[in-house]
Structure formats: structure tokens, C-alpha cells
Design a protein around this ligand. Sequence first.
Ligand code: CA
Length: 224
Amino acid sequence: MRILVVEDERKLAKTIKKGLEQESFAVDIAFDGGYGYDLASTEDYDVVILDLMLPKLNGIDICRRLRQNQIQIPIIMLTAKSQLEDKVNGLNSGADDYLAKPFAFTELLARIKALGRRPKVSLGTELEVEDLSLNTLTHEVKRDGRGIKLSRTEFALLEYLMRNKDKTLTKNQLIEHVWDYDADVLPNTVEVYIGYLRNKIDKPFKNKAALIQTVRGFGYKVGR
Ligand code: CA
């Protein structure tokens, strides 16, 4: 899952990014509202974490503009003021949730996961494809009851493929949801990581059907 953090307090933004990356999310940061709006309206994010008070364009304006342009990304609004008025404003502008600063990181994470569970993005914590399972909370991956160790990027890639089970995803779609904006993604990066996944998910299970499929000319899918 790829997340955009729009927050002008640099230290806080970086702390959020670091924490989310440890949870296998790809994270981009915008330090002002203008750049935040540009990214949110042109890139394909799964969740946006949006501060209320921002230079150039505030959180409520960003939210309203996104919704006016039919961009339905789940948005969590952050604000330093815990007044009810802000909460009402934030939700009226089209935010999906609201979190008052200061907050515990675990609380933010819980909100992201709760938003993710809504049907819009259809996310669960336990994903299954045939005898392969992946738990987004514990980060456990198992096939045929056997534990499989994955790197952070391998995990993120497999998670995105499993959330879209049986759907063919193009390399660009995978890059947009698995890698952040600053990552050095070369044209063959996706292929390389698909290869790593095959070595761990399919190759050791020779008597089983391969689950990671190449759809020639289109991309990749997980399923049979
Ligand atoms: Ca701020």
C-alpha cells in the first residue's frame, strides 16, 4: 500500500514515514499543501494523511478540491487543535477520519488499517490465495503451513498482488502502489522482485501449482 503524508512539521512527517515503512507501506511526503494536492491528484495512493494547517493550501481546501474532482482516496485529517469545530469542518470537507495531535503512532496505524478495511479498497488483515496466506498485522507469510521470510519490498509486492487476487496488474500499477516516489525503480525492478518472490513462494513447492503468474504483454497476477 502506498501512502501520502502531507505535513509541514518535517520531524513529524519523517517520523510517520519511518514508522509506516516499518509496516511495509511505501510512503511519500509533501511538506506543503500545494505539492500535497499535486501529488494526491496525480499519483495513485491508497490512503492520504493530511494535516489541517499547511502552507499554501490548507487541509480542508485540499480535501474539498480532491472530492470536487471525484478523487475518492481515503483521507485521515490531522489537526493540532482538538476542537469539535475542526472535526466537523474536516469531515464536512470529505475527510474519512480525523485524528487530533499529539497522537500515538499505533493510533494512526489503527486508523489507517480501519480505513483500509472499508469496502472501497477492500483490505483485510489476513489475505489468502489457495494455500498461501499473508497476515498484514503480524507480517507472517505461509505456504502449505510453512513460514516464508520476505524482505520489506517483497512483502509489499506480494501483499498488493494478493489484495488483487486473479487480477492482472501492470508493472506501472505495481510500481505506483509498492514503491515510493523517491525509490530508484528501473524498468526491470518489478521483474527482479517477481523473481525473488517466485524463488520463495513457488520454487520450494515443486509439487504445487505456481501462484505467481506472468500474463504476457500485460503484467503479473497471483492466482491460478
Ligand atoms: Ca501544520
